[in-house]
Design a protein around this ligand. Structure first.
Ligand code: ZN
Length: 454
């Protein structure tokens, strides 16, 4: 027999149109979300190029421009889902005839869903139920918006409410340019660390050897090469770069052994075809440790891609030894180490020189991101967590930002509802993650702020 007190609850649940346990339906969630929305954000990682160099523009009957296809092509959606190619005649209708079916298996994926706020909030379209007429109109609106750079700037600074954005220029690593007033430059060291020989570089803007030649510096000896690397760091600092970034996790293991300088010197100068994989790995291992030392010397915190990449070698735990041996270096574990978010948390818990960046995590998996925020806040002080959008155009940046604010608000509101956190403290944490923690870790940002903020 059921206890008598259960009956009213069962009756109340029957036929209820909304889930009683969905925090997003509550006033509490709306208040926390509004508080997070009001924070002028500091986005610690994006890949936004100069307006004229934005990627994925296509040929259309009205000329070259941005289209609905461009938005998906420049998104993470394409990493796991099909995208019909833009047709040779540039006609939207022809593209949509096949493209409308591309999304069938993507509906629940975060790589698809993170883009939805851009369509709903910026264009008033529910993409899940979009009609051919709406799709045509959406495509045309996108094309019109990109006739000049005003839309891009307005969406980023006003709609997404981003005050500063770190731009990781992997297309021109050693050219420290600043294309927007909200842009924060940084030094991407990914390719620098593989510099055992000039042939290791395809792009001149990546090559320390081209950098050296342009300045009349010698790379004849390994000592000379290391002086060039030092020069790159000092020029980066002079150009207001605030941190370092590595995405080597896409190419190799994050297990960096402590290799002697003599061993690295032996490999230096050997052409790639005469170098074994182990020799090159040893060289890169040495360079990673060397870059960690320069990171401390120049006070440039080190953003390291961890997790989702070459997953057999991207577990952040692999960095634990190098982190422990370099206490003066400030390490920032990117992407929360997805899917190893707990591992990321314990590294930050054990080491005061580690920060967690949740950049890209909600886009990878909204549910895991929400769980990660809650777990990290239980294991790590709240001033050690940051965020970033990690995308390439206005719609992507708005969407990833809104997706993150929503996810963070949900994580915090659930804690408040469970009595694990006071609402005013949740609001303070939201502001820390969206802005204040970056300002504290990168003091150089203060002189780049351009808004009147309370
Ligand atoms: Zn990125």
């Amino acid at each position: 027999m059921r206890p008598f007190w259960l009956l009213p609850i069962l009756l109340a649940m029957a036929g209820s149109p909304v889930r009683a346990d969905d925090i997003k339906q509550t006033g509490l969630f709306r208040r926390v979300k509004a508080s997070i929305d009001a924070v002028p954000a500091i986005d610690t990682h994006d890949h936004l190029r100069a307006f004229d160099a934005l990627p994925n523009r296509v040929e259309t009957p009205q000329g070259v421009g941005m289209t609905l296809h461009s938005i998906f092509a420049g998104s993470y959606y394409r990493w796991t889902n099909p995208l019909s190619p833009w047709p040779a005649n540039g006609e939207f209708e022809e593209w949509w005839r096949t493209a409308q079916h591309d999304f069938d298996n993507a509906r629940a994926t975060s790589f698809y869903r993170y883009l939805l706020p851009g369509f709903s909030d910026l264009y008033g379209v529910d993409f899940d139920t979009i009609t051919p007429e709406q799709a045509q109109q959406l495509n045309q609106s996108i094309f019109e918006n990109y006739r000049d750079d005003r839309w891009l700037k307005d969406v980023i600074t006003n709609r997404a409410n981003i005050e500063l954005m770190f731009i990781d220029p992997y297309w021109q690593r050693l050219k420290f340019s600043r294309e927007y007033k909200f842009a924060v430059p940084l030094l991407n060291v990914t390719t620098l660390m593989r510099g055992s020989h000039p042939d290791r570089f395809d792009a001149p803007l990546d090559s320390p050897f081209v950098f050296a030649r342009d300045r009349g510096l010698s790379t004849e000896s390994f000592a000379g090469f290391l002086q060039v690397v030092d020069r790159i760091f000092s020029e980066a600092v002079a150009a207001n770069c605030v941190c370092l970034k590595s995405t080597q996790a896409y190419q190799r293991t994050l297990r960096y052994a402590n290799i002697s300088r003599t061993r690295a010197e032996d490999v230096y100068g050997k052409p790639p075809e005469e170098t074994t994989d182990q020799e090159q790995q040893d060289f890169e291992d040495f360079m990673f440790w060397h870059v960690c030392k320069l990171s401390a010397k120049y006070d440039l915190p080190f953003q390291v891609h961890t997790g989702q990449a070459r997953v057999q070698g991207s577990n952040p735990i692999l960095l634990a030894d190098v982190i422990e041996a370099n206490p003066e270096t400030k390490f920032i574990l990117f992407h929360g180490g997805y899917p190893w978010v707990g591992e990321t948390g314990v590294i930050a818990m054990r080491h005061k020189n580690v920060w967690i960046d949740s950049v890209w995590l909600p886009t990878l998996s909204y549910t895991m991101a929400k769980r990660a925020y809650q777990e990290w806040l239980e294991a790590v002080p709240s001033d050690r967590i940051m965020w970033g959008a990690d995308t390439v155009n206005a719609e992507g940046i708005y969407s990833a930002t809104e997706f993150t604010r929503r996810c963070l608000a949900e994580a915090l509101a659930e804690k408040v509802e469970r009595g694990e956190l006071r609402e005013e403290h949740a609001n303070r944490i939201g502001r820390q993650i969206m802005r204040d923690n970056a300002l504290k870790l990168f003091p150089g940002l203060r002189r780049m702020l351009w808004r009147e903020t309370p």
